[in-house]
Design a protein around this ligand. Structure first.
Ligand code: HEM
Length: 216
């Protein structure tokens, strides 16, 4: 962020850094509108998964959830605008980022619609998918680092490997999310006791029988 406002010259042993900065520099405002909600998303979203916080402070979960949701919608829609204009890895990176931005937005909307209709299990699952995609942006950095570290052997330029790094990071995260969702699906359904939907025996029995809509 600081680099956008006060750019410093790229180090002489890393000339590619200047080329990478150059793709963001003409789009400072758009970049800011993308990365400030990104910061909020990364800080607040992990707290949404803390069961103790959800069960003790459901209103806080709701309030922070709306901030995370709004941030996510801004991140995803600005990503769609940025992808064709600012991709260091060209068309390959543009397709990867647009593809996952659409899934990210879809997951957020599905998660919200699910909780509004009382389906907590589905809300949780779609939020896990959305969070996994959001977090992938962090994992892509070390993947890019590995490509940079091995470029003397591979002779690949950032233009060659950025797209591949994005595909790898996003796909790995989404696969990990699906494994986690499948592994935890049956346990998670019986544990939540939302304030809004009540907590009587009928609900508990309904959930134990595998009916997440028992809250309605
Ligand atoms: C990034 C992760 C998450 C976000 C952004 C998020 C967001 C939200 C939002 C915005 C609401 C309020 C919807 C409304 O306006 O009524 C909500 C409610 C709720 N969420 Fe999440 N959520 C997340 C993760 C989870 C997880 C993992 C669970 C676990 C099952 C969960 C369970 C609930 C429950 C039970 C409610 C209803 C709370 C109540 O009204 O008492 N959420 N969430």
């Amino acid at each position: 962020m600081l680099h956008l406002f006060a750019p410093s010259p790229a180090p002489s042993n890393f000339p590619e850094a200047a080329a990478m900065d150059a793709s963001f520099a003409p789009h400072r405002l758009l970049t800011m509108i993308h990365i400030i909600p990104g910061l909020l998303f990364m800080v607040l979203a992990p707290l949404q998964f803390v069961r103790r916080l959800r069960s003790r402070r459901p209103r806080l979960h709701r309030c922070m959830g709306r901030i995370v949701l709004a941030s996510g919608l801004i991140i995803g829609s600005t990503a769609l605008v940025m992808s064709p204009q600012m991709a260091i890895g060209g068309a390959n990176e543009t397709v990867a980022t647009m593809f996952f931005a659409v899934i990210f937005l879809f997951a957020l909307v599905k998660a919200f619609v699910s909780i509004r209709t009382g389906n907590i299990a589905l809300h949780r699952e779609w939020m896990i998918r959305a969070f996994a995609i959001g977090l992938a942006v962090a994992t892509i950095r070390p993947i890019v680092g590995v490509f940079f570290a091995t470029r003397r052997l591979t002779h690949l330029t950032p233009h060659d490997f950025f797209g591949t790094a994005f595909w790898l990071g996003f796909t790995m995260h989404l696969i990990a999310a699906e494994i986690w969702i499948n592994y935890t699906r049956s346990q998670s359904r019986v544990k939540e006791k939302p304030e809004r939907f009540g907590t009587n025996e009928r609900i508990t029995e309904g959930l134990a029988a595998g009916n997440p809509r028992a809250y309605l």
